[in-house]
Design a protein around this ligand. Structure first.
Ligand code: SF4
Ligand code: SF4
Length: 680
């Protein structure tokens, strides 16, 4: 007995001393990040998320086999927590049983059930890792670039915990110290096999297996806090503090640009690691290296240097490498000695490759907020270093000087109305009471030749449905979405303040937006600056009008595949309405692309990439359009002018323009209507 106690306590105190020291070090390191006061609100929503994502394993279960194996392991260890209590109790008393429940047959059954189930799950994990061996599959594997060797060691250690537990319980049966009856079926099965060895040998097996169990658990704890498996402890914390309802749609922070609140130490964005917030540093430490983000990233899938996983890992490595310097730093000025994030840690091409499509955030099982981190680095580059791709300069100048990214100017904003056979009121003063909606046309909708056709279709459909609406005409200006996502927060806020002044001035309440980027900015980003409106995307309104029978859909015979715009679908969860508009049209045969809805693949235009050259790897729009064409669709439909432009360009580049049309859902609806003479 004394051997058990001495060795068990040595293992325990050793693990707690080494592991505790590391955890305290991590705590101090993460606390070195900037303050973030937004993380304490919405306690009950956070609690629900914790239950759904951590206990329910919701995001992990998106991958059926791997997710189920992970969920079984997680749920199993919640139950096997009882066996850990029993093992430590047995160090001191061979007949130990947990008070009250310690002899319940049902508990013994579940302990054994999960012991066996986790062993099966470990076999599945091993098969997945062997199949996705990064050395064989290279870049396509989601584990490419992950520290897979440590993962094998972890699988081995968990197996060790379970096998030693099994032997220790079986031997306990034979020495009459086991607290459970036949409910613990697996322990009794193995006990039958060990029984012929006699009580003496079983006593030795019991002690050796118990100490092995305790020792491996202690070793595992130490390994966990020194490896990427730290997520076992950090994931529930990171998820609890994640942005609610999710880190999509609006950006995480809206910097205060009031000169009165700035001094010479004011920094915009993040130039060195300590200029990230504590939550961003916690994100870095929490990454499991699972590669779910990398697998979905349009930049990575078209051979760009950006992988959201590798980006997070590089930042984490830099954080850990600079730890001594950071923890010895009490004075901000020493931050100058830390490596600059761009280009020392992250190459410029990595930074500018992001389309802010949100696929990484959507997939991440531990709720890491990649886009906010990328945007903070972009903000620093643009606002503090004036260092950004030259093409972006033209777009930014055009917005600043002419009010739109093309630089065409306000005078052309109403040209699209010229072909209509009815008048659209242009607001000058307050919106009259008899006008229900303000139609926010957007720069593309007003100025791009292809997008103008969609705008006209929307206007005709609204007119047909007797919806009263008006436009701002020359008073409308760029929302600033592209400026914000390239990192120019100054220009964004300048545009936003001007537009909010205009919108509040006309007393706008209900706004229709046809561009998902405008829709997102007006609905989700202007409130932080004083602009609060009820914003609806045209696909949502059309779906309602069809349901109310104010629009009668007709016939449009074609195979149609719908491309989800990232800022409508993933960022704002508008997946069903555009599809329901198509469903309402007779003759439309909808075919889904493999990557659709939450897993939709970006067209390549978001994150201000619309205005940047794409010189590295395959063009994202070509990749997406190839998938659309491969469905055999005659029409690629979408609900975003940017997506329309990108996909239309790619269809032409594939010389498929005669066979495949690119149309907004509004155009299909209008074309189907008998009242329309528009033919595709
Ligand atoms: S937002 Fe999209 S492009 Fe950017 S890193 Fe994430 S998945 Fe890749
Ligand atoms: S960032 Fe999230 S999804 Fe990507 S590898 Fe890390 S844990 Fe997995």
């Amino acid at each position: 007995m004394i051997i058990r106690i001495v060795i068990g306590l040595i293992f325990t105190f050793g693990a707690f001393a080494v592991g505790g020291r590391r955890l305290f070090w991590l705590f101090k390191l993460i606390r070195s990040g900037k303050k973030d006061s937004t993380r304490k609100s919405a306690f009950f929503k956070r609690l629900t998320t914790e239950l759904v994502e951590v206990i329910g394993q919701k995001k992990l279960l998106k991958k059926k086999v791997a997710g189920m194996a992970h969920a079984v392991t997680f749920w199993g260890f919640l139950i096997l927590g009882f066996t850990i209590i029993e093992a430590w109790g047995d160090l001191f008393d061979r007949s130990f049983a947990i008070p009250i429940i310690g002899h319940w047959a049902v508990l013994g059954f579940f302990e054994d059930l999960f012991m066996v189930a986790i062993l099966v799950a470990l076999l599945i994990f091993s098969a997945i890792r062997l199949k996705q061996n990064p050395k064989r599959i290279e870049r396509k594997s989601r584990f490419y670039g992950s520290h897979t060797e440590a993962a094998w060691l972890v699988l081995l250690m968990i197996s060790g915990v379970l096998i030693s537990l099994w032997f220790y319980r079986a031997a306990q049966v034979n020495t009459n110290h086991f607290p459970y009856g036949w409910g613990a079926f697996a322990s009794h099965l193995l006990a039958d096999a060990l029984h012929p060895l006699g009580t003496g040998v079983n006593s030795v097996i019991e002690t050796v297996a118990l100490l092995a169990n305790v020792g491996i658990i202690c070793g595992f704890l130490v390994l966990v806090v020194y490896s990427k498996h730290l997520h076992i402890f950090l994931a529930p914390i990171n998820i609890a503090f994640s942005r609610r309802p999710r880190a999509l749609a609006q950006l995480g922070s809206t910097p205060d640009l009031d000169p009165e609140n700035m001094d010479e130490d004011t920094v915009f964005g993040a130039g060195v690691i300590t200029q990230f917030s504590w939550k961003q540093l916690l994100d870095l430490a929490t990454c499991t290296e699972c590669g779910r983000c990398q697998e979905q990233c349009p930049a990575w899938n078209t051979d760009k240097p950006l992988s959201p996983k590798l980006l997070i890992m590089s930042l984490r490595d830099s954080l850990f490498k600079s730890a001594n310097q950071i923890l010895g730093t009490t004075d901000n000025s020493e931050a100058n000695d830390l490596p600059s994030l761009v280009p020392d840690v992250i190459e410029k091409d990595i930074l500018w490759s992001c389309t802010t499509c949100g696929a990484c955030v959507e997939q991440c099982p531990v709720d890491i907020e990649h886009i906010d981190t990328i945007l903070d680095m972009r903000r620093y580059q643009v606002l503090m270093e004036s260092d950004f791709p030259t093409e972006a300069g033209t777009m930014l100048r055009n917005i600043e000087n002419r009010g739109d990214p093309w630089g065409l100017g306000a005078s052309q904003r109403t040209q699209w109305t010229e072909g209509l056979d009815f008048e659209i009121p242009i607001i000058d003063g307050q919106i009259p009471d008899d006008i229900e909606y303000l139609f926010w046309v957007g720069c593309a909708g007003a100025l791009d030749e292809r997008a103008r056709k969609t705008t006209q279709s929307i206007a005709r459909l609204l007119h047909q449905a007797n919806i009263s609406f008006a436009i701002l005409g020359q008073s409308e200006s760029c929302t600033g979405d592209s400026a914000r996502r390239i990192g120019n927060e100054y220009l964004f806020q300048m545009q936003a303040m001007a537009n909010i002044e205009t919108l509040n001035g006309v007393n706008a309440k209900k706004i229709i937006a046809s561009c998902p980027h405008c829709f997102n900015t007006l609905a989700n980003e202007y409130p932080a600056l004083g602009g609060n409106y009820e914003v609806i995307h045209h696909s949502q309104l059309l779906a309602v009008l069809i349901e109310q029978k104010k629009i009668n859909a007709g016939t449009f015979k074609a195979k149609v595949t719908y491309h989800d715009p990232c800022y409508l679908g993933r960022h704002n969860r508008v997946f069903d309405e555009p599809r329901s508009v198509l469903d309402a049209v007779d003759g439309v045969e909808q075919i889904e692309m493999h990557r659709h809805r939450e897993k939709g693949f970006c067209c390549g235009a978001g994150g201000a990439r619309m205005w940047l050259e794409e010189n590295i790897g395959e063009r994202i729009n070509m990749n997406r359009t190839a998938e659309a064409i491969a469905t055999g669709a005659e029409v690629v439909s979408t609900a975003c002018p940017f997506c329309m432009i990108m996909i239309d360009d790619a269809v032409k580049a594939y010389q498929k323009a005669d066979d495949v049309k690119v149309l907004d859902v509004a155009q299909i609806l209008e074309t189907s209507s008998e009242a329309s003479d528009l033919k595709v």
